[in-house]
Design a binder for this molecule. Sequence first.
Ligand code: SF4
Length: 277
Amino acid sequence: MTAKSLEETRNTALFAWYADQKRDLPWRGEADPYCILVSEVMLQQTQAARVVPFYERFITAFPAAGDLASAELQDVLDAWSGLGYNSRALRLREAARIVQRDGWPTTPETLEELPGVGPYTAAAIASFAFGAQVPAIDTNLRRVLSRWHGESLQGTALTVAAGTALGEPASDWNQAMMDLGATRCTPKTPQCGICPVQDWCAGPAAYVPPSAQGRFEGSSRQLRGAIVRALVRSPSRLEDIAQQTGFPVVEVEAALSDLSSEGLILAGSAGAYRIAD
Ligand code: SF4
């Protein structure tokens, strides 16, 4: 079998499985670049099942880029609340403002110029919304491709492998690979016995999952989220925020300083902090 026919045969099996087994997600099949951008930014640090209610709430609150562009940050963070990494919401509004002013960029390179949009998200939007024939390369795709090849791929080798493996249309292939990585070729317990591409895969050994993320409880991430939730409710002073969040004043002060320099909050009158405009 030639290299080309191997890719084609594997993609035929992949596409058939995807057509039958694809996950039912509210952004699936979406061609509106704004909805794709929102879903992809939410998915950057959060699993799909958890994103679904947040995505639906956010799109209901801000159905189009123009709605988000003109929204108060307070309302944006309120709709984002609970998802974490709030600076993503701020960058999303910045991106919506640019799109509202200049129109949508349509290539991976120009999409990458939007705030909060990296190479993966840019490729995903370009392929789903604008029909670009490009692979969306993230850790998920790297894991699956590494296992197909029987070696840990990165850098140029990963880019080349993704370009060679890419099926047409890229929009379906990218989503099929996302689903394969999420439901079959998972990091720790790949289900090779029920995997549609097992016949063309070297097996799971090539990929070693990274060690688990640090604890959330008591982390600065938890504190930052708690501060934003408190300020969405009402402006507050340092001591009050420390009392509400249960964190020491010195840690709250440091987190407030970080959130201020990121543009998420402002130190207002009489020492009270509030959500930025
Ligand atoms: S056969 Fe196993 S390792 Fe290979 S792609 Fe399928 S689930 Fe992953």
